[in-house]
Design a protein around this ligand. Structure first.
Ligand SMILES: Nc1nc2c(c(=O)[nH]1)N[C@H]1C(S)=C(S)[C@@H](COP(=O)(O)O)O[C@H]1N2
Ligand SMILES: [Mo]
Length: 562
């Protein structure tokens, strides 16, 4: 081995490639974010995440979601599960694309040095183009929110990834041409490495600046847009809203700390298969009805609202992924048109057995026509809480099917096809329950130690929560303290037969470490399932329990009944 060869300047390899890949990808992600906000161009990180979520096997997805809930959201107490999960998914999407950039850099630099490639721009640009083509295909298959012209979308994506490949090549050739001559001495080699390091630091500084500025600008513009967004409500009327909650005069008041009986709209949980809800323009929207019907038709939102007397119903909806005691369950007022009326008007042919419902995000589900005729409560819904559906909750149209988990109830409905067969819907194909009937559950929300009260010389601690059976009714709720006897709780009159029921139990004061358990019975006396089961595939079952330390002395709130 010659002296020269010994001190030959190390060529940029895998590590440098990974570093440069990251440095170049970060500003590109920020630019994509900005382009999304300014021009409605696709934001690839979300598209990649959505594509993975739809195409990876259901087990892998479930495993990922459980990890996220068990090891991040729950232990860190990040807040309401569904909105935190969405944010974490967004972060994951960005992380994945960043990772793709890092790997591209590493692989590219390895290839360049390994094969001593001279036309780095051609090869680098080619690799970028190849990734761009894949990304464009992914984006086109799952993105329902980008508003720019589709050709422009594809060109933009190709451009971004060619820029990625091109920049990687440019930096590589700079790194290698800074010192065209091999280092002859150890000192030479040291100086060259220092130069290269300085060059990389400069590039890093530049890309970091672009990233921060792009992301910051995007965020500012987005917030401004959200403030200026017109309220959709003006184009719609929702007639005859109930003035007050129907159980205003119920004699059982919720124990302090029980979740709100009527969920504020902004707090309603949300579960979508997409990073962003599809955007549908209410004015040009048409519901397409076809298949086994006498005549195909396209129905505007206005027709649905004006040709049919609106029906209001208080509804508790739960996600099948809601764990025992979880927060993926909420209650609001649903307004819409009973679906059986529409079946008649649409002249659905007698041989039709199911409606295949398809949504703007390509979600789909099948609803039995027999069931629609049996349960006149099933309704196409256009308003929640007295206002048009929020975009994230399915604007302009979704369906309510009592006694079924949310996975059976598509939002953003665009197509209804009458068919004479059944098939698996979106989540059923991913091995979740085909029937998805609600599993009856009861939950302790509060042991209100701070709200103890005194009645007839006895101090009580209010305990309370909810019981939910879908639409099977709740006839009884029982509480057990420290594994003693089951005691019957009081039931508050519910908002409707399709909402949860609030229960309350006033426990005679007793200090110490206490365990509390709750169980419930359906309307016909059927007990809830006590044996524990996880959410997959049929919905969670089991007894909810909490432990609380009751202090030796407590100050009652008042001597009145609460
Ligand atoms: N089109 C469409 N409909 C959908 C979903 C979806 O991702 N896309 N998610 C379903 C699931 S799993 C649930 S729990 C409910 C949640 O409705 P919400 O987000 O309005 O609370 O919508 C259901 N309908
Ligand atoms: Mo769900």
């Amino acid at each position: 081995m010659s002296e020269e060869a010994k001190y030959y300047t190390k060529q940029p390899g895998i590590l440098t490639g990974a570093l440069v890949g990251g440095m170049v990808t970060a500003p590109l992600i920020a630019l994509m974010y900005l382009a999304d906000i300014l021009a409605g161009l696709p934001f690839i990180p979300f598209d990649v995440f959505d594509w993975l979520a739809r195409n990876l096997p259901g087990d892998v997805i479930r495993f990922g979601i459980n990890l996220m809930i068990d090891y991040v959201i729950t232990p860190l107490e990040l807040g309401e599960t569904s909105s935190v999960a969405k944010t974490l998914e967004h972060i994951q999407g960005i992380g994945i694309v960043f990772g793709i950039g890092v790997i591209t850099g590493a692989v590219m630099y390895k290839l360049f040095t390994l094969f001593q490639i001279r036309q780095v721009y051609v090869v680098g640009g080619g690799i970028g183009l190849l990734i761009g083509v894949m990304m464009a295909a992914i984006s086109q298959s799952v993105n329902f929110t980008a508003t720019a012209d589709p050709t422009l979308q594809v060109l933009w994506i190709l451009f971004v990834f060619i820029v990625l490949g091109g920049s990687l090549s440019w930096i590589y050739s700079d790194l290698t041409t800074v010192h065209p001559t091999p280092a002859k001495t150890e000192e030479d080699q040291r100086l060259q490495l220092i130069n290269r390091r300085q060059f990389l630091v400069r590039i890093g500084g530049a890309t970091a600046t672009i990233t921060v500025m792009g992301a910051g600008l995007g965020t500012i513009i987005r917030e401004q847009e959200e403030q200026d967004a017109p309220v959709q409500r003006s184009t719609l009327t929702v007639a005859d809203l109930p003035a007050d909650l129907p159980n205003m005069s119920a004699d059982v008041t919720p124990a302090p700390g029980t979740r709100p009986e009527y969920t504020p709209l902004d707090d309603h949980y949300r579960i979508d298969i997409s990073s962003r809800p599809p955007v549908i323009d209410g004015e040009s929207y048409r519901l397409r009805v076809y298949g086994l019907v006498e005549q195909e038709r396209e129905i505007s939102l206005r027709e649905l609202q004006e040709n049919y007397e609106p029906v209001n119903r208080y509804v508790t909806m739960s996600c099948i992924s809601n764990r025992i005691g979880g927060d993926l369950i909420s209650t609001t007022l649903w307004t819409g048109v009973p679906l059986h009326l529409l079946l008649d008007d649409w002249q659905v042919k007698p041989e039709a057995t199911y409606l295949k419902i398809t949504s703007a995000d390509s979600f789909d589900e099948y609803v039995s026509i027999d069931l629609i005729r049996q349960d006149p409560r099933i309704m196409l819904t256009y308003a929640w809480d007295g206002v048009p559906l929020k975009q994230k909750h399915g604007f302009p149209l979704r369906i309510h099917i009592p006694d079924h988990y949310g996975m059976k109830q598509p939002k953003w409905i665009t197509d209804i096809e009458a068919v004479d067969y059944w098939d698996e819907g979106y989540w059923v194909r991913r091995r979740w329950s085909a029937s998805a009937r609600v599993k009856t559950t009861s939950v302790i929300d509060t042991v209100a130690v701070d709200h103890a009260f005194e009645r007839d010389g006895q101090v009580y601690i209010p305990i309370g929560g909810i019981a939910y059976s879908g639409a099977k009714g709740i006839s009884k709720v029982e509480i057990r303290i420290n594994s003693g006897d089951w005691q019957e709780a009081m039931l508050r009159e519910p908002l409707s037969d399709t909402t949860w029921v609030i229960w309350r139990y006033d426990m005679p004061f007793e200090p110490g470490d206490m365990s509390f358990e709750v169980r419930t019975y359906e309307g016909d006396g059927t007990p809830q399932i006590e044996s524990p089961a996880g959410t997959f595939p049929d919905g969670a079952t089991g007894i909810h329990s909490v432990r609380t330390r009751i202090p030796q002395t407590i100050t009652p709130e008042s001597t009145d009944t609460p």
